[in-house]
Design a protein around this ligand. Structure first.
Ligand code: FAD
Length: 479
């Protein structure tokens, strides 16, 4: 038996045969060509190796795999849609780990329109869940640009955010119950569909956001919401971030909880999208340094959402908070506005290297954060092109920096840690978080000690040891 440095077993061919007997030959991938799609992520930032990929078809399968892996001390990497941005779903380079990919467990088991809940398996694709809710005249409000391929298990394991957080909260707020397979193969059935349940420690909330380090989520009971009867979407141009801050206060005051999205986009980002995506158009006639994608929703189709949006636009124009704006008159126009926002990440790939920071600060401090971070980045690498965009309404900015046009990509990316240190020190100074929604994974593991107190780190370590004493679940990630 070959052991790696963490004392986990490098699976032998007999062990891989055993996995085949547990879940079926055809659900164990060992061919290196077939494995490759599971071993790298879309930006090619992390590439790993694995002994094999396991594709369980049921909770019992997951339980049998973990029970055996626990006995044999085999390290496991849980994987969903492989869209995570911090490398948590990719194994290390040693090749001794085994990936459990949940894709086959993708059924939507039940929709309860009286209780407004939906029970889904972990491998269900987020977009399919949204569509199923929509077909039942309900809304599942978790929404992010990767929704066509990310899975609900991955969303919950990362406590995903996205564009609906302002109105509905992040993934944690959208779950009533969970079923989880523990490190030793035991199944915890916490599939309760209760809004109120004060019976001790909330285990569900511990698993959500644990990035596959405490257990494998296999099923979830999700909350559904009334489907908005009417939505009004506007694309607004502002001269400064201070004006965006005024606009946010104004929109919150006028629309209250009906303000369901308030997304920030910079001019440089719009230029990248219109350059690289053929059908994308700048909706405004005059270029503006900053844009806001604003959405107002209403439960009734009485024109209330459009009235509120028009009132926000009028008042914002009167006060010079915005200098130009467009209201979507059709669903297709609203989709075009959203396409500009959703393409913001992918187009940065076309512009060479991009150093990414997923941060949050108190909302009132966003303008100060962006100004200070831009200054720091420009001093460090003159000509860098910051593309700060994202969920202004919940304080979460994706502070991405594209390389200077004339610089070598790898030379730029080599500065990642140095730039992250500078940006994160501004974030901490402003009492923010170095990971607002993407998690810790591999990328930010070493930073945890700088942002958590020894007390908090000790508690986290104790929790990990209790749930996974042999450390077989996603070792080397998060903690
Ligand atoms: P994976 O990437 O496969 O895994 C992510 C983590 O969860 C890993 O640590 C993995 O081990 C663990 N995991 C996966 N499934 C399970 C399971 N069943 N049980 C236990 N652990 C599991 N994220 C946001 O929060 N907000 C955004 O707005 C957003 N936008 C994005 C836009 C783009 C274009 C892309 C590519 C990504 C974006 N992300 C965003 C990041 C990513 O989509 C989310 O983190 C998503 O929740 C990951 O889901 P996944 O199924 O792909 O999980």
């Amino acid at each position: 038996m070959i052991m790696n440095i963490q004392n986990h077993t490098h699976p032998t061919s007999d062990m891989i045969e055993k996995f085949k007997t547990l879940i079926g030959d055809e659900h164990v991938i060992t061919d290196s060509k077939d494995m490759s799609q599971y071993l790298t992520e879309w930006r090619d930032l992390y590439q790993g190796k694995a002994s094999c990929i396991l594709l369980p078809g049921s909770t019992q399968d997951v339980s049998h795999i973990l029970s055996y892996a626990h006995e044999m001390n085999i390290a496991i990497v849980p994987q969903g849609g492989n869209t995570g941005l911090v490398g948590g779903q990719i194994p290390f380079e040693s090749g001794h780990e085994v990936i459990i990919n949940l894709s086959r467990m993708n059924s939507i088991r039940n929709i309860d329109t009286a209780g407004n809940t939906m029970t889904v398996e972990a491998g269900a694709i987020l977009q399919n869940i949204q569509d199923a809710a929509d077909n039942a005249e309900r809304l599942f409000p978790l929404s992010l640009a990767a929704e066509g391929s990310c899975q609900i298990g991955g969303n919950l394991a990362t406590n995903a955010g996205g564009v609906g957080v302002l109105a509905y909260g992040n993934a944690r707020n959208l779950v009533l119950g969970l079923e989880v397979v523990l490190a030793d193969g035991q199944i915890w059935n916490g599939l309760r569909a209760l809004t109120k349940d004060n019976t001790g420690y909330n285990l569900k909330d511990l698993f959500i956001g644990s990035e596959g380090t405490l257990g494998i989520i296999t099923t979830a009971v999700l909350k559904l919401f009334p489907k908005p009867a009417e939505q009004s979407t506007a694309f607004l141009g502002a001269q400064s971030l201070q004006d965006v801050a005024h606009l946010f206060s104004l929109a919150s005051q006028i629309a209250g909880h009906q303000l369901t999205a308030f997304e920030l986009l910079p001019r440089v980002g719009i230029e990248m999208v219109t350059k690289h995506i053929q059908e994308a158009r700048d909706p405004l006639e005059t270029p503006q340094p900053w844009y806001v994608l604003l959405e107002i929703s209403s439960g009734q189709a009485t024109g209330n959402a459009s009235e509120l949006t028009e009132k926000i636009l009028e008042t914002a124009l009167e006060n010079n908070y915005i200098h130009d704006g467009a209201l979507a008159l059709t669903i297709s126009q609203a989709k075009d506005f959203w396409r500009l926002r959703e393409a913001m990440s992918e187009v940065q790939r076309e512009e060479g290297g991009s150093i990414k920071h997923d941060i949050s600060v108190p909302i009132a401090r966003i303008p100060e954060f962006i100004k200070r971070a831009n200054d720091a980045v420009e001093t460090m690498i003159p000509g860098s092109r910051p593309v700060p965009f994202g969920h202004y309404g919940d304080g979460n900015i994706h502070y991405n920096v594209s390389q200077p046009t004339a610089m070598d990509k790898s030379a730029f990316l080599a500065q990642w840690d140095m730039m992250a240190e500078a940006v994160h020190s501004i974030v901490l100074d402003l009492e923010g978080s170095i990971s607002a929604e993407h998690g810790i994974g591999r990328m930010k593991k070493d930073l945890l000690k700088d942002v958590k107190s020894p007390v908090e780190l000790d508690l986290m370590q104790s929790i990990k040891k209790t749930f996974d004493p042999k450390g077989i679940l996603n070792p080397g990630k998060l903690i």
